[in-house]
Design a protein around this ligand. Structure first.
Ligand code: APR
Length: 261
């Protein structure tokens, strides 16, 4: 996208942000690729190297080989826990500091919105978070770093140290229920907002992908920042085909100018 077009679109988006009373930002894996974390469906993404069939809750809980693959993927840092936020994450945190952010609803499990400074009560993680592993038998939770050290020490399928039960990353697997209270709150916020910004998602995985639908149905304006097309592109008031870091930084720069004069 040419610099001029991006500037014009960023200005249009900034006008909507400045006027918004309740802004919800919805993010997917595309916001974290500039932090070095691959997304899922771009060429070379995670589902081109791992079979999503191996990442269902059913397989994880019944097939030790699937557990071995999942822990190997996590251990190799594919959803790495030591990545750092990029300018797109920081731009969203600045929207909060400018008093413009109602909340962030994310499909990501990488904790980067927290690391960028968005208050924890304003981040709704629909698909959980890989900062923790939980025992499916006794419920004990372990910081992922602790489990990662065990994986690096050669363990392949870590079990609970308390009861030897099955450990699972605290991220939601395919076929697993999303955390109900998070989903409920995120759905309500999406329906109540007056501006909804999608950053870095194909919008093909449900129920997460219902959020922009709820927003538009509730009368909100829609901005999409994404490198490839999505099923919601036709409903977008502003559609920006550009990298999230660049686009979000320019939008927030314009918002700051408008708000602080
Ligand atoms: N800037 C803007 N867009 C980007 C960037 C970037 N730097 N990098 C990638 N993208 C876009 C891609 O073009 C793609 O459209 O981000 C989107 C990422 O889409 P997916 O890989 O499908 O990720 P996501 O939408 O978050 O997937 C949803 O699927 O596999 C499950 O649970 C997993 O939460 C994930 C869910």
């Amino acid at each position: 996208m040419s610099g001029q077009t991006l500037d014009a679109l960023a200005l249009e988006a900034a006008e909507l942000v400045a006027a918004a009373k309740k802004l919800v930002v919805f993010t997917g894996a595309g916001i974290s690729t500039e932090s070095g974390i691959p997304d899922f469906r771009s060429p070379g993404g995670i589902w081109s190297r791992f079979d999503p069939e191996d990442f269902t809750y059913q397989k994880f809980t019944t097939d030790p080989e699937a557990r071995r693959k999942q822990w190997r993927m996590l251990g190799e840092g594919h959803l790495t826990t030591d990545a750092q936020p990029n300018p797109a994450h920081y731009a969203i945190a600045e929207l909060d500091r400018l008093g413009k952010l109602d909340c962030v609803i994310t499909q990501n499990v990488d904790n980067l919105h927290h690391k960028a400074g968005v208050p924890v009560e304003k981040v709704f993680e629909l698909h959980g978070n890989v900062q923790w592993a939980v025992c499916l038998s006794c419920g004990r939770r372990y910081p992922f770093e602790h489990i990662k050290a065990r994986l690096e020490g050669g363990e392949e399928i870590p079990e609970c140290e308390q009861c030897r039960g099955m450990l699972k990353p605290d991220a939601v697997l395919f076929g697993e229920a999303l955390p109900q209270e998070v989903l409920q709150e995120a759905s309500q916020r999406s329906s109540d907002c007056d501006l909804f910004i999608v950053v870095g998602s194909t919008l093909v995985v449900y129920p997460a992908a219902y959020m922009p639908l709820y927003a538009v149905r509730g009368g909100a304006r829609l901005i999409i920042v994404n490198l490839s097309d999505t099923p919601m592109d036709a409903q977008a008031d502003v559609l920006i085909r550009a990298k999230a870091g660049e686009a979000m930084s320019r939008i927030v720069e314009r918002v700051r100018e408008k708000i602080t004069g």
